[in-house]
Design a protein around this ligand. Structure first.
Ligand SMILES: [Zn+2]
Ligand SMILES: [Zn+2]
Length: 253
């Protein structure tokens, strides 16, 4: 069976091509449908230091029919927020990537494990030495371990932030709780949401939802659901790869 490459892989190839792109490549892309127009726009943004709107305007001068759809415009806005470059550690990039993977999953595309973040607990990933002192100018980072067996399951960089409380959905959720005074309580997140990582074998099986278990001791650490889950604070996270804070120990470096 021939496995169709995910759009995410195509994006990655396109980015690396465009990094070295010349006019021949760009004109080849211009001849392609809407998807490639977005990539060319991103290229112009990077090369000419333009905003998404300005790059699109300039592209339309050569090719008036260009019109990336709303989804691509959103991606271009994220690209702009990263300073017109791909910063793989930025939270905008991670949010974009996870959302993109979610959309690909919904379309029934096959996920390659290379689309997932590398396993922070694998022997090849070096962890910083523990430190009790905060050196000036050094950013502290957090490592999360399985409470039961101490295996590393996530690092700060893997965490995908969400708007705590989540606005209207939080209101509805708290209302369902039905208790007086709940509205005034600050919402609390008992879990954190992460990007899919290569230790999450259940995710790689291609099912919509399931448990996330520690690869070493099989302790249950949380759940995942490509269609989304609600955090204890009320916010909806889609897709969701949730780790319960109570099942992990956080160590600061
Ligand atoms: Zn464990
Ligand atoms: Zn939350």
């Amino acid at each position: 069976m021939r496995i169709r490459r995910t759009s995410w892989t195509i994006w990655r190839v396109a980015w690396s091509l465009l990094r070295k792109a010349d006019l021949v490549v760009v004109s080849w892309f211009i001849a392609r449908p809407v998807f490639h127009a977005a990539v060319v726009t991103a290229y112009l943004m990077q090369k000419e230091h333009l905003s998404a709107a300005a790059a699109l305007k300039s592209l339309r001068r050569i090719s008036p029919g260009v019109h990336p759809n709303d989804g691509f415009m959103e991606q271009l806005a994220i690209f702009e927020s990263m300073g017109n470059k791909i910063d793989r550690d930025s939270s905008s990039y991670k949010k974009f990537k996870v959302k993109f993977l979610g959309e690909s999953f919904a379309k029934g595309e096959v996920m390659e494990s290379s689309s997932y973040a590398s396993d922070p607990g694998s022997a090849t990933v070096k962890l910083p030495a523990p430190s009790n002192t905060i050196e000036s100018g050094t950013e502290r980072s957090t490592v999360y371990r399985c409470k039961k067996c101490r295996r590393v399951v996530a690092r700060d960089e893997n965490v995908i932030g969400h708007d705590v409380g989540g606005g209207e959905s939080a209101f509805k959720w708290q209302k369902r709780g039905g208790k007086e005074g709940m509205y005034t309580q600050a919402p609390v997140c008992t879990s954190m949401f992460v990007e899919p990582m290569q230790w999450m074998t259940a995710v790689e099986e291609g099912v919509v939802e399931g448990k996330l278990q520690c690869v070493k001791c099989e302790a249950r650490l949380g759940n995942f659901n490509w269609s989304g889950m609600q955090c204890s604070c009320g916010a909806w996270v889609t897709p969701a790869f949730q780790l319960h804070k109570s099942r992990m120990d956080a160590a600061y470096f």
